[in-house]
Design a protein around this ligand. Structure first.
Ligand code: NAD
Length: 296
């Protein structure tokens, strides 16, 4: 691969979706020297992006025209497909589309094959680490797709992440991401239940968290979510319950599509789907703490 084919600053990069993740990830690209054009359907998101120093395009066409890479950070794979279909006539030949949303892997595979067949590059590169690590540029990124295309996109990904994993063919990044969030959600729900039981027994919830964090029950949620968002009652992590429920459902659907028995994933997916019905689409995912410990 010639070095000139890699996408390095000051190449133009379009970021489609300027929400909780898109905005700070676009800021990381700007800091690395890329010429970033952001676009979001929401005028409010575009305004916030501009207020934070970003260059918001007024149309998707303007954002993607002449871009060496087009990054999507949208709620799900169906929305990604629709957005790409409406923009693709404006992509330059050889543009690499990088879907960094948490999309469903089987849909990603077919979308990617269509785009590659049309002469574009496509990789899936979902992220983990939440808003805080998106701001710091220290996300974990899992990439699926053709190795040469990932090589070309690597500097763009490095500007937003600390670890860039290669998980295999198209869709494998999205599969890894959904499975990660299933494990994360199960750990969060278990830890929140443990805290509620401890409290009823008379143990201070903060002390129980300290015990877990010094013991074998420790996980990312015991370290970074219980005190910060659940016990404090803040419930403002910046990752919605609707998006987490979608990710767990994606992991559980994958288990069924591949005919792998996953009874715990069935339970966790059903629990989070119900929590979404009860708490509504504006709930933060950490509100599972108050859902799962409320008697119904
Ligand atoms: P968000 O809801 O804050 O932002 C999504 C943005 O997409 C919104 O601003 C919305 O207006 C915009 N949008 C929707 N359809 C569009 C379209 N067709 N064209 C342009 N813009 C459109 O979501 P988020 O938290 O930023 O998450 C984005 C993706 O990243 C999701 O797939 C999510 O699962 C994943 N993710 C989120 C987090 C997190 O902590 N928030 C962490 C890892 C991964």
């Amino acid at each position: 691969m010639s070095k000139s084919m890699t996408i390095v600053p000051p190449a133009k990069v379009a970021v489609i979706g300027l929400g909780n993740m898109g905005q700070p990830m676009a800021a990381c690209l700007s800091r690395a020297g890329y010429q970033v054009a952001g676009f979001d359907l929401s005028a409010d998101a575009r305004r916030k992006f501009t207020a934070a120093g970003g260059a918001a395009a007024s149309t998707a066409e303007e954002a993607v025209s002449g871009a060496a890479a087009v990054i999507t950070l949208l709620p799900d794979g169906k929305i990604v497909r629709a957005a790409i279909e409406s923009m693709k006539q404006h992509f330059s030949p050889g543009t690499i589309i990088i879907d960094m949303s948490s999309s469903a892997p089987i849909g990603t595979k077919s979308l990617g094959e269509e785009l590659v067949g049309a002469g574009f590059g496509f990789i899936d590169a979902p992220v983990s680490g939440g808003v805080k690590r998106a701001i710091d540029g220290t996300l974990a990124i899992m990439t699926g797709g053709d190795t040469k295309t990932i090589d070309r996109a690597e500097p763009v990904l490095q500007a937003m992440g600390k670890s860039v994993f290669r998980t295999g063919p198209l869709g494998s990044g999205h599969a890894a991401k959904a499975l990660n969030n299933y494990v994360s959600a199960a750990g969060l729900a278990a830890a929140a239940e443990a805290v509620a039981i401890a409290e009823r027994f008379g143990i201070d919830p903060n002390i129980l968290v300290d015990v877990l964090n010094a013991s074998t029950g420790r996980n990312n949620s015991t370290e970074n979510k219980l005190k910060q968002f659940i016990i404090s009652g803040k419930f403002n992590s910046g990752f919605s319950l609707a998006l987490m429920a979608k990710d767990i459902r994606t992991a559980d659907d994958l288990a069924h599509q591949l005919d792998v028995p996953a009874p715990l994933a069935d339970e966790v997916a059903a629990q989070w789907d119900d929590a979404l019905k009860v708490l509504g689409s504006s709930a933060d995912h950490t509100e599972i703490g108050r859902y799962s410990t409320t008697k119904r």
